[in-house]
Design a binder for this molecule. Sequence first.
Ligand SMILES: CC(C)(COP(=O)(O)OP(=O)(O)OC[C@H]1O[C@@H](n2cnc3c(N)ncnc32)[C@H](O)[C@@H]1OP(=O)(O)O)[C@@H](O)C(=O)NCCC(=O)NCCS
Length: 160
Amino acid sequence: MGINRVIYGIRETVVKDCIPIFLLRNEPVVRDNSISTNRINEAEHTRWFTGALSNAAFQFYTIVDEAGGFSGYIRYNAIKATAIVSLALIRECRGKGVAKNLLNVSLKRIKNKLDIMSVTAVVRIDNIASCKLFLSCGFHFSLSKKISGIQYNEYVYAFK
Ligand SMILES: CC(C)(COP(=O)(O)OP(=O)(O)OC[C@H]1O[C@@H](n2cnc3c(N)ncnc32)[C@H](O)[C@@H]1OP(=O)(O)O)[C@@H](O)C(=O)NCCC(=O)NCCS
């Protein structure tokens, strides 16, 4: 422990992140943990990604390691007074507790960027790591609902 610990950070997402984000979004475990579980095609992703980058309702962060290597994303999509958050780490970074600090940093940054009162996370109830992550960052359980036969918990983070 300790000497091989990699430090991760976040930066604003840019055009060159399009394909790494596409590949990560299409990983089976990431699709399974999304609300729409269908595979995404590259043209559809590129169109959506380009639109999202220039849309003020989206705030997109890329997770990078010390060498600047792509390590994941955190995305906020403002809808009225809340923003839906979505995040994923590349496989090698999961299970090491790194998402907590990155999510906290991103929450501080979006507060001044989006005109919102809260952030909402919709998480499959069997995605224990994600449920625990949001609770550990100050989100509160709001409700549980079924979407296309799958049970999800909704967690809400309220800005003070
Ligand atoms: C979800 C995700 C971002 C979590 O990030 P992470 O840094 O890997 O989180 P960890 O695996 O360290 O787990 C977070 C917490 O859950 C706990 N946990 C993880 N798996 C667990 C399990 N099976 N049972 C009980 N606790 C578990 C960890 O011990 C940790 O708890 P702690 O904060 O008390 O130490 C990451 O796993 C990921 O990218 N997954 C794929 C995409 C995804 O599911 N995105 C979320 C969609 S809502």
